[in-house]
Design a protein. Structure first.
Length: 413
């Protein structure tokens, strides 16, 4: 729903108008010098599946500095399960909005806002980049302190003055650092202008690990009639129709799969994804026509997907949620980036990224609400299947050095 033209227009025009009205109201009713006791914190992120993983350092910071604080999440039904993979985030603390259509979405918000306001929220941290809708939602939550990304001197991206703490979004810094800067801005009650005026060390980007659940694993193998004990490669081939420009061309991916099936005759290959990815996966299955290539798209829950990732010898993926999930499973990953900046959204796990460095990339970013007009992703097409297969083999043979993009050498190849 987030990528529809209707939603974008509503957010831009009606959202901007509402933000201006609510900002005026906010100036009148804003409390003066509220106490700084923090017991209940609400994190907001509605649309990005990998955001829960990238927010992990922020959650770690909250738990370390406010160990007795309750952490609540406002998100959407489609990505709720990814937040539940964060250790210590309970199902009862996650409020999820339904997304079937705009009316149901808004009604769901009204219902959830009543429940949230019963929690006596002290701090709201809005992890959405520059969508107005979450700023509007924040207005209706009774909280002493609210923080969100702010445009400062940028001409566009207006969100009003609903937040009493604001943070600059740094397009040259990794998203997990941006999230942590946002968190520190409000929880240190910073008065710098612009915020956040400090550095964030690599050591602060800490991530937990996923622990296998034997019951989930047993159910997965029984329902899909596969064995995760046989060596296999997981491939996430499709981002979905809303961000199709992130997809590596199917014909090139087929070439990679055929090469790997020949090179590793004892390995299976599993295609992973959601129900909306089934058509692309079925096309690949029909084209390759090999019994060692299996389609798991739409057949796994979020818990089962983590089991698949945990035991995979390698994950090959477009810029998509599984790339970030693999951070928690410590799965060796080969990621294909193009329209998004890997410097901002690259995996912080054991990952090698292939990137063509085209001048027009990134064309999906915070400053255009991830709305690209690209219909011909030559940046991804420029990555030869021979190169993808070559690096896949290097990773499987443990012949690569994993590097992060934060205070170390880039791992971009």
């Amino acid at each position: 729903m987030k990528s529809s033209t209707t939603i974008r227009r509503l957010d831009r025009y009606i959202g901007s108008f509402l933000c201006s009205i609510l900002s005026l109201i906010n100036l009148i009713k804003a409390p003066r010098n509220p106490d700084k006791n923090v017991s209940n914190i609400l994190l907001i992120e509605l649309f990005e599946m990998g955001a829960s993983i990238m927010a992990y350092p922020s959650i770690h910071y909250i738990r370390h500095n406010f160990p007795n604080a309750n952490i609540y999440i406002l998100t959407t039904e489609s990505i709720k399960a990814s937040w539940l993979k964060i250790n210590g985030i309970d199902n009862q603390n996650v409020f999820a909005l339904e997304e079937r259509n705009i009316i149901i979405f808004l009604l769901s918000f009204l219902n959830n806002i009543k429940l949230i306001n019963k929690k006596n929220i002290d701090v709201i941290i809005d992890f959405e980049l520059f969508y107005r809708i979450t700023a509007i939602f924040s207005f209706f939550v009774k909280a002493k302190f609210k923080v969100g990304f702010h445009r400062y001197n940028l001409e566009g991206l207006y969100r009003g003055s609903i937040y009493n703490f604001r943070c600059h979004f740094n397009q040259n810094s990794h998203i997990s650092r941006n999230f942590l800067a946002l968190t520190k801005t409000v929880l240190t009650f910073s008065e710098d202008y612009p915020d956040y005026k400090n550095s964030i060390d690599l050591s602060e980007l800490t991530f937990g690990g996923y622990q296998s659940d034997p019951l989930i694993l047993e159910h997965l193998e029984k329902e899909t009639q596969i064995s995760l004990d046989i060596p296999y490669i997981a491939i996430s081939p499709d981002v979905g129709p809303n961000l199709a420009c992130r997809n590596y061309p199917v014909d090139k991916l087929v070439s990679v799969i055929n090469k790997l099936l020949v090179t590793y005759p004892s390995h299976n290959i599993f295609l992973i994804g959601t129900k909306e990815n089934i058509p692309v996966c079925e096309t690949i299955i029909d084209t390759v026509s090999n019994e060692r290539l299996r389609n798991l798209a739409g057949k796994t829950s979020m818990d089962e997907l983590f089991e698949v990732l945990l035991k995979a010898k390698l994950l090959i993926s477009n810029d998509n949620g599984p790339v970030h999930f693999a951070t928690l499973t410590n799965t060796p990953t080969l990621a294909l980036y193009s329209t998004d900046s890997p410097f901002v959204y690259g995996s912080l796990g054991r990952c090698v990224i292939l990137y063509s460095f085209y001048q027009c990339s990134p064309c999906i970013m915070a400053y255009n609400h991830k709305n690209s007009l690209c219909k011909d992703n030559k940046c991804l097409q420029a990555i030869a299947p021979e190169s993808v297969a070559e690096f896949a083999v290097k990773i499987l043979n443990n012949n690569v050095t994993y590097r992060t993009i934060n205070n170390e050498h880039p791992y971009l190849l």
